[in-house]
Design a protein around this ligand. Structure first.
Ligand code: ZN
Length: 147
């Protein structure tokens, strides 16, 4: 990774952690799941407003480090308005990129998420980045079980 790219990624992460998008519980949210990362002290609850098969709105609350906050912010941005299937695929892709050396091209549709791949150099922080995604997956699975 070039220095320029690394700087750019750093800026994207800082921007999202300082001004988290979709912070809060959207009105009418009907799916919720909480995640914690004891290693870092991160806590995040993901709230979804699911209508039919579409994630109409998404938000999160909690407190965490800049990585978990930025990841939650970018995640909610990239799943809002998408189908549950798309959100599930994106979650799988993000986990694969962060933990299994999958190509970052998998995240081409949600480009900002690629900024988090630099976190892979710090294995302990990967858990921070994955925390909101694990909560998202849980919220969607609970949804499936109830149908
Ligand atoms: Zn953290």
């Amino acid at each position: 990774m070039s220095d320029e790219l690394r700087d750019l990624y750093q800026e994207v992460i800082l921007d999202h952690s300082r001004k988290p998008r979709n912070f809060g519980e959207p009105t009418g949210a009907n799916r919720h799941a909480q995640g914690t990362n004891p290693l870092c002290g991160d806590r995040a609850t993901v709230h979804l407003l699911v209508d039919g098969d579409v994630v109409k709105d998404a938000g999160f609350v909690g407190s965490g480090c800049s990585i978990s906050t930025a990841s939650a912010s970018m995640m909610t941005e990239s799943i809002k308005g998408h189908s549950m299937a798309d959100a599930g695929r994106l979650a799988e892709a993000f986990k694969a990129v962060m933990t299994a050396n999958a190509s970052p091209d998998l995240l081409a549709e949600a480009e900002e998420l690629q900024s988090l791949q630099g976190v892979k150099r710090f294995p302990v922080r990967v858990k921070c980045a994955l925390l909101p995604w694990t909560a998202l997956t849980e919220a969607m699975e609970l949804y499936r079980q109830r149908r």
